[in-house]
Design a protein around this ligand. Structure first.
Ligand code: F6P
Length: 545
């Protein structure tokens, strides 16, 4: 199918016109008109219930958005991804994270080769290793079992592992410590190893490329720390370092035996890799069975995305709603608000997934876009956010669509805590949607001068995602839901959601600046006057020559 540029797809101008017609409609009005709206605009699949009724949409909006999806070639693009086409055009790569969670008997081709057996071979090796570490049969250099696991990685090689560890902590080995080092700021490493015995510590160096500055700097520091604990005995590293990478050559160069390396493939993007070998720390923490249950959850959502009609397809609907607010209402951000303490790192994880994927200014064929692409994703767990930034969501001047994520059953039943938590989910979405009118405020006896302050305009949109309980499978479903929502958005905007050229410039400039900071005598600087002055001041402050 030949996809036209975005503005030339018939649904785009139609949506523009439609937006002008309905922009003033209120959720109050929409709900008054249709008493069934709350049940009608909801969809349940793979055990995830999405209530999208509190969005500023009518049936006509949804009809046009679904048309836009069709006219954008979403169906063809989904098929192309699952077929292993090289849809990451700027890097000429397939995008096959869906193969990481395909069942053993599935067939997914990459360059004519079924990748599923390789995926399961790595999973089986990971499981074998995880079981040895967990059971205490993988011994450190001095014969002690491993009690501390430290993942060293950054970006997709860190955020997924940290998020998943926190999310699944309930299922994790409580007698082991799991820590994560990502920042090149030495404090991160120093604090991560604080109080640990090298003889009981395993480092997992996770890096797709095995060349990333931060990760390699931390990996070298980790090796020095370990060797210092063993009186410089080089052989000690063998039992205390494993690698996760696609780059066997660099792993060997670093000094890790490739027998202790867990591989993945260039068709897995960093931010789509938490369910590959990059999840080794997760598997050690929760065990192979729970890890596989998580993969099962991912796969269930993949299948839903691949097969469900768009009108009942959760990731498609969420993606289209994100486009609706981003491009027609001019909303610049989306707040993700998990009412589940274990998901405290989920918004941070989503920031890389969404913004590294869709923060793009050109189309796949290199034309500059003339519409807005990826919004800013941010958030914090409820109810904490309610006592900080929700004020702005309720009464500020910006429109901030929100995703509320909640679970019917808590993993930690404690008196009235969970009902109290859930009451806040429902209250917040209700308050955002319907606000509080002037009449209501006055009827409470509010002094006239205070009435404007106590008004809530409402009409602030939200999705509510309701799941049963935060299990490993539920986590897989949630992550896959957002992955495919990002895919839907990227398809509409016609961008390459799988490259990340925007991170390159800063990396290259830092490489030039390091020698200028470390030069023994005043270097000749040829940056702009601000950068030159900052470098000179820094050198002076640290007492360089
Ligand atoms: O920030 C750019 C990036 O390439 C991310 O996409 C990636 O997740 C991260 O760096 C880490 O890369 P690697 O796993 O190769 O160390």
């Amino acid at each position: 199918m030949k996809v036209r540029t975005l503005r030339r797809r018939p649904a785009w101008p139609a949506l523009n016109k439609h937006h002008k017609e309905i922009a003033k409609l209120t959720l109050r009005h929409l709900f008054d008109q249709d008493p069934q709206r709350g049940e009608r605009l909801a969809v349940e699949a793979a055990g995830v219930y999405l209530d999208y009724s509190k969005n500023r949409v009518t049936d006509e909006t949804l009809r046009l958005l679904l048309q836009l999806a069709e006219q954008s070639g979403l169906r063809e693009n989904i098929d192309a991804m699952f077929r292993g086409d090289k849809i990451n055009v700027s890097e000429k790569r397939s995008v096959l994270h869906v193969a990481l969670r395909a069942p053993r008997d599935a067939t997914i081709l990459h360059d004519g080769q079924n990748v599923v057996p390789e995926v399961h071979a790595v999973l089986d090796r990971m499981a074998g290793f995880a079981v040895r570490v967990r059971s205490g049969t993988w011994l450190g250099h001095t014969g002690k079992p491993i009690r501390n696991v430290i993942n060293i990685g950054i970006g997709g090689s860190d955020l997924g592992p940290v998020m998943a560890y926190e999310a699944l902590r309930h299922y994790s080995r409580r007698d082991m410590n799991f820590r994560f080092v990502s920042n090149v700021d030495g404090t991160d490493f120093t604090e991560a190893v604080h109080g640990l015995d090298p003889a009981e510590t395993l480092f997992i160096v996770s890096s797709k490329t095995f060349t990333t500055l931060e990760t390699m700097t931390n990996a070298h520091t980790a090796r020095d720390w370990l060797l210092a604990g063993f009186g410089g005995e080089q052989a000690a590293t063998a039992r205390h370092f494993v690698a996760v990478s696609t780059n066997a050559q660099e792993v060997a160069k670093f000094g890790i035996d490739t027998a202790n390396m867990f591989g993945f493939w260039d068709w897995v993007g960093g931010r789509y890799s938490m369910d590959s070998a990059i999840g080794l720390s997760t598997m050690i923490a929760v065990g192979p069975e729970s890890f596989r249950a998580m993969l099962g959850g991912f796969h269930e959502m993949d299948e839903h995305f691949r097969t469900a009609p768009f009108a009942r397809n959760l990731p498609v609907l969420m993606g289209l709603l994100a486009v609706w607010y981003n491009d027609f209402f001019g909303a610049q951000t989306v707040a993700v608000l998990p009412y589940e303490q274990y998901l405290k790192r989920f918004p941070a994880y989503l920031q890389q997934l969404t913004m590294e994927s869709n923060g793009k200014h050109v189309t796949r064929d290199g034309r500059r876009v003339d519409y807005d692409t990826g919004p800013i994703y941010w958030g914090e767990p409820g109810t904490n956010g309610q006592h900080s930034f929700y004020q702005l969501i309720h009464q500020g001047t910006r429109l901030i669509p929100c995703d509320f994520i909640a679970f019917a059953r808590t993993l930690n039943p404690l008196g009235r805590h969970h009902d109290t938590l859930m009451s806040n989910v429902f209250a917040q979405t209700e308050a955002l949607a319907f606000g509080k009118t002037e009449d209501q405020v006055k009827a409470e006896g509010t002094p006239d001068g205070l009435v404007p302050h106590r008004l809530f305009d409402g009409n602030r949109p939200s999705n509510t995602l309701l799941l049963d309980q935060l299990t490993p499978a539920a986590l897989g479903k949630l992550v896959a839901l957002y992955e495919h929502s990002v895919f839907t958005q990227g398809t509409i905007w016609q961008i390459d959601s799988f490259d990340q050229w925007g991170v390159e410039l800063g990396k290259a400039l830092a490489q030039n600046i390091i020698p200028e900071l470390e030069a023994p005598s005043e270097p000749t600087l040829s940056h702009d006057s601000s950068t030159n002055a900052l470098i000179r001041r820094y050198r002076k402050m640290k007492g360089a020559g």
